[in-house]
Design a protein around this ligand. Structure first.
Ligand SMILES: [Zn+2]
Length: 303
């Protein structure tokens, strides 16, 4: 009787040990599976993002290497065209406002001209590489920039730029993003930045930098940069000074904030003999005709 009891106890102990073993084994393998499925997920995400980059690369990489004939080096200069709003201006009476609102038809005509005449629209990274590092670019190169980030840049300019496969840059007043209806939303900025339109800074509140101290300038330069970098998950290296204004502190402020290239509205083409933090731009005046556009695009010494 006693041995029988002992046997029963023995069997129960063995069963318990076996059960414990099975449970432990299950826990361990489960964990492993979870880990490997997490790894798989990461791997898949990684692959997807890689595919994404590769898919976009031929179309939207920001730094192309130009080869072949008809290249120019940085002893030459390049027109950096400055636009603002692309919209109907027929109801606008104020001359200054009207001059910066270019009707979409006129804009399209200009883009068509660039295409028909074999122009390459450079990104700012490419312009920087040309001016600073002496990398050659096509002889007929041009840079398209838009100041202030008006919503019509998305509704009117962006479809035309896409149609021609052109690169462009929008300088954003970050204080207006998602707050003022006339300006681009963060969703629009993100979409465009992912599709060939480079988003860069135009300060937080369109401050007149020439009236600000070094510290004040630095604040708006840094804050706008950080805002865009966080929003777009990229480095923001370039800025256009509001109204093209600056003072003796501006160079230091721009350097301290980490900008490597910046634009004024001083007339002329961009060239390496100008301080890279104070580059010229070509104003495309909506009140002037197509002939002035052609003149400014083709003659570095335009009036
Ligand atoms: Zn502006």
């Amino acid at each position: 009787m006693r041995t029988f009891k002992l046997r029963i106890v023995g069997i129960i102990v063995i069963i318990l040990v076996l059960l414990c073993g099975i449970v432990t084994y299950n826990i361990i393998t489960n964990k492993k599976n979870n880990n490997s499925s997490a790894n798989n997920k990461q791997e898949i995400l990684h692959k997807v993002s890689e595919i994404g980059v590769k898919k976009d690369e031929p179309k939207y990489n920001k730094l192309r290497e130009f080869k072949g004939e008809n290249l120019i080096h940085n002893d030459k200069q390049i027109p950096v065209l400055m636009y603002h709003s692309i919209a109907d201006n027929s109801m606008v009476t104020d001359t200054a406002s009207k001059s910066i609102i270019l009707p979409p038809e006129a804009f399209k005509q200009q883009m068509q001209y660039l295409k028909d005449n074999g122009y390459t629209t450079l990104t700012l990274d490419e312009l920087y590489n040309f001016l600073k590092n002496g990398k050659p670019v096509p002889e007929k190169s041009v840079v398209l920039t838009f100041d202030d980030a008006y919503e019509d840049n998305y509704t009117n300019a962006y479809p035309i730029l896409k149609e021609f496969g052109f690169r462009a840059t929008i300088f954003v007043i970050t204080g207006g993003t998602d707050k003022i209806g006339a300006y681009l939303t963060s969703a629009q900025l993100k979409e465009m930045d992912a599709n060939g339109i480079d988003i860069q800074s135009h300060t937080v509140n369109h401050e007149e930098l020439d009236k600000l101290s070094l510290k004040e300038q630095q604040e708006t330069l840094v804050q706008s940069k950080q805002f865009l970098e966080k929003l777009l998950n990229k480095k923001v290296d370039y800025i256009a000074y509001p109204y093209g204004k600056y003072n003796n502190f501006t160079e230091q402020a721009a350097q301290n904030a980490g900008y490597t290239m910046a634009f004024t509205i001083n007339n002329g083409w961009a060239n390496k003999d100008t301080n890279i933090l104070f580059l010229n731009r070509v104003f495309v005046n909506a009140l002037k005709g197509f002939d002035q556009f052609k003149e400014r695009l083709t003659n570095p010494n335009y009036q």
